[in-house]
Design a protein around this ligand. Sequence first.
Ligand code: SF4
Length: 407
Amino acid sequence: MQASRNGDGKEFVSHAPGYWSRDGGIAPEFWNDWKWQLKNRVTSLAQLESRDCGIDLSDEERSGVILSGDKLALAVTPHFFNLIPREKNPDDPIRRQVIPRVEETWSSSYDMADPCGEDSHMPVPGLVHRYPDRVLFLVTDRCAAYCRYCTRSRVVSGVGEQELHTDFEEAFRYLEQHTEVRDVLLSGGDALIFSDEKLDKLLSRLRAIKHIEFLRIGTRVPIFLPQRITPELCAILAKHHPLWMSVHVNHPRELTIEVKEALERLANAGIPLGNQSVLLAGVNDDLETMKTLVHKLLMCRVRPYYIYQCDLINGSSHLRTSVAKGIEIIEGLRGHTTGYAVPQYVIDAPGGGGKVPINPGYVLYHDNEKIVIRNYEGKIFEYPETGGDQSVQFAPQREYHDEYLYS
Ligand code: SF4
């Protein structure tokens, strides 16, 4: 399938083994083996440009591969690498996500190493406790492939400016003592690259802590490496319910037949699936692409959950969009398509303020007598406030719109 912007990737297609089938090819038992996929990742300039299955790099990409290597490693699984058309098209939305570009070495005055302020909320190495009742557990610094806009590029991939030294025993002790923690999100890095045994042990250890009600895994493995979602893995995950999963898909072309089948295996194991997309320039910053993506996600039994404004991570300014673009996308989805397909657009407040929901202005006026609202078609409606509840604070949360107040 060729790359183009709008409406690209509406169909579920398979690319296996695609470019790897040249010169005798690769046997399906290797291609379908997640360990083979990990071992054969594209990690160097020579592999990127190899005669057999390489791509035609632009000068900006070639310089990016050479110069960005001490910031975030290059790694792309053969499965995901096959999604990139081979002709020279640095604007391809899949390519922009995983192939380094020289712009990564530029810095803007807003860039930060730790835009979500995680390091300052880490009571134990590897455990981020920022919200009252839940923690983020950074269980590894490795992923199946590396996203060029990764918010944790300071620690992820093992070549950045910091090292992740998660202290598992200390983290378990902290969790045992902090009875207010009812929700643990495993991330990193990506916990699903652990072996079945290691993951089972980790989940069992967390499940043994009685006040932990809810486990979540944030992962891009089903997308980068769908072969990892084996029936054995699904059986292990199903032992530790309630366990939910947030996957990470940015463009509809990432939802291939193999990825759809992997997501279905997870759903069949009783795992509720949500998707987190990052709004990225030249990848998904248009309504048609996002609409195609959210519709395909529902067909994979995945609920679109968040669209993140791209964090102010070092070297990502070429991938960031305006906030106005994100609001425009939500405006174009809400009311125009299935409610389950509409994710919440959020900005992770720089410096550690947490996720802040960003919505188009549907509330035009609100006081203790009425609320004035507009619908997705721009029609205006009033709804009475009941009881004149004096304990409710109206300002400053309300959004007043000048065109309503002064017209
Ligand atoms: S999969 Fe997640 S943690 Fe890994 S590089 Fe991508 S965004 Fe970062």
